[in-house]
Design a protein around this ligand. Sequence first.
Ligand SMILES: Nc1ncnc2c1ncn2[C@@H]1O[C@H](COP(=O)(O)OP(=O)(O)OP(=O)(O)O)[C@@H](O)[C@H]1O
Ligand SMILES: [Mg+2]
Length: 309
Amino acid sequence: MILTVTLNPSVDRTLFVARLSPHETNRVTKTETDAGGKGVNAARVLKELGQEVCAAGFLGGGPGAFVRSVLDREGVSHSFVEVGGDTRLNVLIEEESGGPPTTLNERGPEIRNEEWEALRASVVAVSKEARAVVFGGSVPPGLPPSAIEELLRAVRRDSLLVAVDCEGDALRLAIDERPDIIKPNGSEASALLGLSVSTPSEAAEAARRLLDMGVGSPIVSIGALGAVVATMDGAWFAKPPRIEARSTIGSGDSLLAGYVCGVLDGLSPAESLRLGTAAGAATAMTSGAEIGRRDTIRSLVGRVTIENV
Ligand SMILES: Nc1ncnc2c1ncn2[C@@H]1O[C@H](COP(=O)(O)OP(=O)(O)OP(=O)(O)O)[C@@H](O)[C@H]1O
Ligand SMILES: [Mg+2]
């Protein structure tokens, strides 16, 4: 079983407009509502890939109940701590032009101390049955940036694979715990390392630096260009096939989920990156916060190219 931990999940409401005109009344042509948050997305992709998963974190109020209903519908087991505040609502505005969406992300509910204690106890308990734990997304108000680092320390044991996808101070602190896998995108890696990270060779350099900082297999993704993984045994660049991208929201989470799935199934780092890249591309083909599905992922795997870097 793979445990995913999302401290600040969301309900993602996508509004489709012909063209967004600020300060004017905009006509919405279609809406989609989906569960979101990096760990929640990763859990759904892992389930699509046939893994047994348990999604954990904080949920509250009507939006929290909605997230649970989406997971139930997809057969993803979950073990969330119910909180007093409401799970946040993120609004995504997509234009017909197909450009990147405009997103409005709420901060999320304030977490009380007893809610944090309950989460920590539940994550530690469930992690005992897990082969891997994936931590994804931002830290909600009321918790310090060290929250993910604390959880990493609490679950850590030999043979448990731990992966982290967060940014800023939370990522910086998590790296001190030497996680097995992290997956910053170009701008997250750039903010962390103070390097420009937008080309494959820059991504390879960033991944090597993160390896030197003690991360087992850092993956640095650069959107449609692909992703690099660095390990003690070498580094590989994966280039996704050319696809028609509709919304890349969740692509990074899908890449991480595919990589973790590959590693747990005994694939090499390069082949795990291939599966992750196919999952990222499959999610980029879906609209709004929707994730890529099994058949699309499987059909893209053979079209990913891998090279040593
Ligand atoms: N337009 C695209 N075409 C093909 N593949 C894509 C595209 N966008 C993303 N991908 C795939 O998804 C992976 C992750 O994308 P990206 O680097 O944008 O992650 P991210 O910024 O962390 O995303 P998020 O945090 O929203 O999930 C890429 O490495 C690539 O394999
Ligand atoms: Mg990301």
